[in-house]
Design a binder for this molecule. Structure first.
Ligand code: GTP
Ligand code: MG
Length: 207
């Protein structure tokens, strides 16, 4: 029987960088030129199947980038196993915002969180303000995954989520993992084959 895992993923980043668009592309393979700005946060799920048939179900919290929602963010990243911090390659200020989010995650999120820095809107490279080299260098220095994506064309989108799935702890039983102690809701990764009855991280969240 193939292994199944479930992880909580949070998207963070300045408003209008394309967080919701990335999720829409990943979950429904759609794109919308006129997307409404997110209010509060949105919740979606999507499952990735790896080559060895292991399945990774992402419980995705797509947060609102507008400043007025900033104080809600810790609620979403607190028990997250992974974070995608998004900037817009045509807006250098959005990389600054992404750096702030990454600093906050490094200080406040679980120490074992897997963080991916994502430069979105690669289809607009003619208007590029952030070079690949600059972002890649920063990601390397901070030990982050990094990729450029286009929610519009789909380029790089499924790849970044698959790369995250592969980086997550898919072999060690939850009890053998360190750093899980800060997650008040239980194990950080859940092997559903071994899951005791009633311990389902799909239970309604008070977020
Ligand atoms: P908030 O919800 O306010 O935090 O914004 P967001 O980060 O979720 O951005 P959203 O996905 O709503 O996208 C903002 C705008 O950018 C929309 O008009 C999208 O159509 C557009 N957009 C998103 N991704 C891309 C992309 O890859 N390429 C292009 N050209 N436009 C994009
Ligand atoms: Mg949004």
């Amino acid at each position: 029987m193939s292994k199944q895992f479930q992880f909580k993923l949070v998207l963070l980043g300045e408003s209008a960088v394309g967080k919701s668009s990335l999720v829409l592309r990943f979950v429904k393979d759609q794109f919308d030129d006129y997307r409404e700005s997110t209010i509060g946060a949105a919740f979606l799920t999507q499952t990735v199947t790896l080559e060895d048939q292991t399945t990774v179900k992402f419980e995705i919290w797509d947060t609102a980038g507008q400043e007025r929602y900033k104080s809600l963010a810790p609620m979403y990243y607190r028990n997250a196993n992974c974070a995608v911090v998004v900037y817009d390659i045509t807006q250098s200020a959005s990389l600054e915002k992404a750096r702030n989010w990454i600093r906050e995650l490094q200080r406040q999120a679980d120490p074992s969180i897997v963080i991916a820095l994502c430069g979105n809107k690669s289809d607009l490279s003619a208007r590029r303000q952030v070079s690949e080299e600059e972002a890649k260098k920063y990601a390397e220095e901070e030990g982050l995954m990094w990729a450029e994506t286009s929610a519009k064309t789909g380029e790089g989108v499924s790849e970044i989520f698959t790369a995250i799935a592969k980086k997550l702890p898919l072999t060690a039983p939850p009890s053998a993992r360190t750093g899980a102690g800060r997650a008040p809701t239980g194990p950080k990764s859940v092997d559903l084959n071994k899951q005791p009855a009633g311990q389902n991280s799909n239970e309604p969240c008070n977020c």
